[in-house]
Design a protein around this ligand. Structure first.
Ligand code: DGI
Ligand code: FE
Ligand code: FE
Ligand code: FE
Length: 188
């Protein structure tokens, strides 16, 4: 069992107020989606809370972990958007003492998704996108779709995020493309 009050205090201490509030809302939305999909409520609550725990670390800190932990050196070609989940789990393990691989995997996949996703992975991916503070164009459609069909939500987010990244001519992480091919293209 997790001491949620202690965990909340630790997350709060490492994030700006607005991002901490986003984490709290993502945790609440994760629980909601866990209820709708008969998943583990506590794992959803914890994973949602800590998913952006490492988001405000410096590039130097992330690069140090990538090298020390011998992570794929291709990661060095990307930035915070990609690192805070997949590299961020090292801070979650070390500082928060969370070692549950189901929770850690959901954090690892929360930005890019993945070809293979558990229900918990999908829940955190979609909770992050549809938490009550999000207000982008189409968010209400994304919420309703996700409530009805979690996989349809994953597909919606990937299609829209990839489109956004292409429009802004941003660097695409290969895993994001793999996810798009699996959840958007192969699903049609
Ligand atoms: O951390 P959050 O802002 O709450 O949300 P997130 O971790 O899901 O996504 C952070 C940003 O990363 C979001 O604007 C989408 C973007 N992103 C997702 N896949 C890729 C990416 N950015 C780049 N450059 N490349 C990707 O492949
Ligand atoms: Fe994130
Ligand atoms: Fe996300
Ligand atoms: Fe987030």
């Amino acid at each position: 069992d997790y001491d949620m009050a202690a965990l909340v205090a630790q997350v709060k201490a490492k994030l700006s107020p607005y991002r901490f509030e986003h984490c709290v809302r993502t945790s609440q939305r994760s629980v909601e989606l866990a209820q709708l999909n008969h998943a583990d409520l506590q794992k959803a609550q914890v994973a949602g809370l800590v998913h952006d725990y490492a988001k405000e670390r410096s590039a130097e800190e992330f690069m140090k972990v990538i090298k020390q932990e011998h992570l794929d050196s291709d990661l060095l070609n990307y930035g915070n958007a990609i690192w805070h989940g997949v590299v961020g789990v090292y801070f979650i393990k070390r500082e928060l003492g969370i070692y549950d691989e189901e929770i850690l995997n959901a954090v690892r996949k929360h930005t890019t998704a993945a070809e293979v996703m558990t229900t918990l992975d999908k829940i955190v991916f979609m909770a992050d996108y549809t938490e009550s503070g999000r207000d982008f164009e189409g968010v209400e459609q994304a919420r309703q779709l996700t409530d009805r069909d979690l996989d349809a939500g994953v597909s919606y987010q990937l299609a829209h995020t990839l489109q956004l990244l292409v429009n802004k001519q941003q660097q695409i992480y290969p895993k994001t493309i793999d996810s798009y091919n699996k959840w958007v293209v192969a699903r049609q």
